[in-house]
Design a protein. Structure first.
Length: 283
């Protein structure tokens, strides 16, 4: 893949989140001016026109279908044409109506289809970067994290205090800084789609390679078993993120509370899974 094509895909991916946020407001507010509607429609249409040539021919029909839809299944085109049309079967006086207020509900006609389009576009980058390979590369860089901390702590420069990692939030600040040395687009606390009435957030998402990076800092009450259990629960949620193809857990264990760090790494690292997973214990 050429650098120019990859850069354009990255721009479109970033722009897609802006479009999604903009169009979601229409039904949330239950109002939008004609100027706002037209601007949103034009913004998506421009995105769509630029994205189609970048999608592989083998999935281009699917990409177009996410826009066109059909007589039965309504998709993006239907939402954009009448986003504030009231469902004729909706009963505002009933608290138990099975019909939504909107004829073309944002979450089902636009959001789901748009997520699929973004995933297809993202796959053009993923095709040349296996998630297990990316996880190994990031893990290799963070295996030198103790050396990085040691260098900061050994600094003899006056008025340059060394960072202290006393809680997980401190760790996340340094992890994000290191990730930004490797990737331009690093998104902290990116939301996972809602499940069972609740929303969760990944620590960091790197959209360009489809990798989620999670941090854990051990303590006396967070040893081998508990860390493994928490990671399993987190990963089950993270797998629902449309951009997640791999998960890297960075487990910081300065107090050496883990009895068998090698076993934890081995048991929870799955290079062939979907998403692929990897654990790195840092001491």
């Amino acid at each position: 893949m050429s650098e120019s094509k990859r850069a354009e895909i990255d721009r479109l991916i970033n722009e897609s989140y802006e479009i999604e946020s903009l169009l979601a407001q229409w039904q949330e507010r239950e109002f939008a001016t004609q100027v706002e509607l037209r601007a949103g429609q034009e913004k998506y249409q421009s995105w769509y026109a630029r994205a189609i040539p970048l999608v592989s021919e083998s999935v281009r029909a699917e990409f177009k279908d996410m826009y066109e839809g059909g007589m039965v299944i309504k998709r993006i085109k239907s939402f954009l044409s009448r986003p504030l049309e009231i469902n004729q079967f909706y009963d505002p006086a009933s608290t138990e109506s099975i019909f939504p207020k909107w004829s073309h509900l944002y979450s089902t006609t636009f959001q789901d289809s748009f997520h699929n389009q973004r995933a297809l576009l993202q796959a053009e980058i993923y095709a040349v970067a296996e998630p297990s390979t990316v996880l190994a590369e990031i893990a290799s860089a963070f295996s030198r994290f103790p050396n990085f901390l040691q260098a900061l702590q050994n600094s003899t420069k006056p008025n340059v205090p060394a960072p202290k990692i006393e809680k997980e939030e401190d760790l996340q600040v340094l992890v994000e800084a290191c990730l930004r040395l490797m990737y331009e687009d690093v998104r902290p606390e990116d939301f996972v789609p809602q499940r069972a009435g609740g929303r969760s957030r990944v620590d960091f998402l790197i959209p360009a390679v489809g990798v989620v990076v999670e941090t854990k800092m051990t303590r006396e009450s967070l040893g081998d078993k508990r860390v493994g259990e928490e990671l399993a629960v987190d990963w089950n949620r993270y797998s629902g993120h449309p951009d997640c193809r791999g998960i890297l857990a960075l487990v910081y264990d300065p107090g050496r509370y883990l009895v068998n760090p090698a076993g934890l790494e081995s048991d929870l690292t799955q290079t062939q899974g979907h998403p692929a997973t990897r654990v790195l214990v840092i001491r």
